[in-house]
Design a protein around this ligand. Structure first.
Ligand code: ADP
Ligand code: MG
Length: 312
């Protein structure tokens, strides 16, 4: 049985459907990504799975326990790291961890051991006795992750753990997540950064307006796009308009667009579309100054599925 089972989960705020009929399952040891723009419903979905918000329909089970009827059991097997930091700024890292550890019933020697283990895990042992208000944003995030792990959960929920974090801390967080995976932890991770989802996740669900639009491995999702994307800078920007109709009409081109002097072709078949581009430019006597063939990525998959950009 899957460690996370979600079936037809639904949440409304008044008339607004925040999460509508969402179903998926996650296997033990997977890093599963929920990728979607702000307002997609990621936090609402995670909050229902973490038993913090009652669903309006459907059901979900974590480690075989129902998130509505067996809240206590679910809470013991999950760690939840919220988007908003939940730390006491005047307490030290160690004191924060002790506070949250006691909530989970940890005491004495066992609590001490867990505190040291999670501090090591997030690389904060040297700062254990410093007050949290002296920490950088990235260090606070890492401590927040440590709090989520204090009771040795089997499943960790991370809600946008890298928003507002400097690149170095971001890399630290990635490494921690990869280390946790190596230890067999299951991670459900939300982000609106497609590079993160591509790098970290075994599987990714693309979410928009409360619904899952696609679910597969990053490579599988990218294959949805087929042929790749070509970008070209032409010698005469004014020529772009003249070229567009022939390029758009090509059977090898899925879509043609232009922006800041660059021509972009979404291709069904990149090599054929490239030949087409070169011959159309030749026919119009327009030299190509620069040319790129882009790897299709999750950003373009999202654009393809929704007609929108992940970040606008
Ligand atoms: N407490 C709330 N009351 C009313 N609407 C809410 C509330 N929380 C979230 N929403 C709405 O539900 C939708 C999904 O929000 P959220 O789950 O926070 O998305 P995400 O985490 O993907 O940014 C948004 O349209 C948001 O405005
Ligand atoms: Mg959110």
């Amino acid at each position: 049985m899957a460690i996370i089972e979600v079936q037809g989960l639904l949440k409304k705020y008044g008339e607004r459907v925040a999460v509508g009929d969402v179903s998926f399952s996650v296997e033990q040891g997977e890093i599963f990504g929920l990728l979607g723009p702000n307002g997609a419903g990621k936090t609402t979905l995670l909050s229902m799975l973490a038993t913090l918000l009652p669903p309006d329909g459907g059901r979900a089970a974590i480690c075989g326990h129902d998130v509505v009827r067996q809240r206590d059991r679910v809470q013991r097997c999950i760690g939840f790291v919220p988007q908003e930091l939940a730390l006491y700024p005047t307490l030290s890292a160690r004191e924060n961890l002790a506070f949250f550890g006691r909530i989970y019933g940890l005491r004495g020697r066992q609590l001490e051991e867990r505190i040291v283990a999670v501090l090591d895990l997030v690389g904060l042992r040297a700062r254990a006795d410093d007050a949290v208000h002296t920490f950088s944003g990235g260090m606070k995030r890492r401590l927040n992750i440590a709090v989520g792990l204090i009771h040795e959960p089997q499943v960790l929920f991370l809600d946008e753990p890298t928003v507002g974090v400097d690149p170095q801390s971001r890399n630290f967080i990635f490494e921690h997540i990869e280390r946790l995976k190596a230890q067999g932890l299951t991670v459900l991770y939300t982000t609106h950064y497609m590079e993160e989802a591509e790098r970290l996740c075994d599987r990714v669900a693309i979410m928009d307006e409360g619904r899952l639009l696609a679910l597969d491995t990053p490579q599988g999702l990218i294959r949805l796009l087929g042929g790749g994307v070509i970008r070209a800078k032409l010698a005469a920007e004014s020529a772009l308009h003249a070229l567009m109709p022939s390029l758009s009409a090509s059977p090898h081109v899925r879509a043609a667009s232009q922006r800041e002097g660059w021509l972009t072709l979404e291709a069904h078949d990149a090599s054929r579309a490239l030949l087409e581009l070169v011959s159309v430019c030749n026919a119009h006597h327009v030299p190509i100054l620069s040319l790129e063939v882009l790897e299709p990525n999750l950003e373009s998959v999202f654009l393809h599925l929704t007609g929108k950009r992940l970040r606008d």
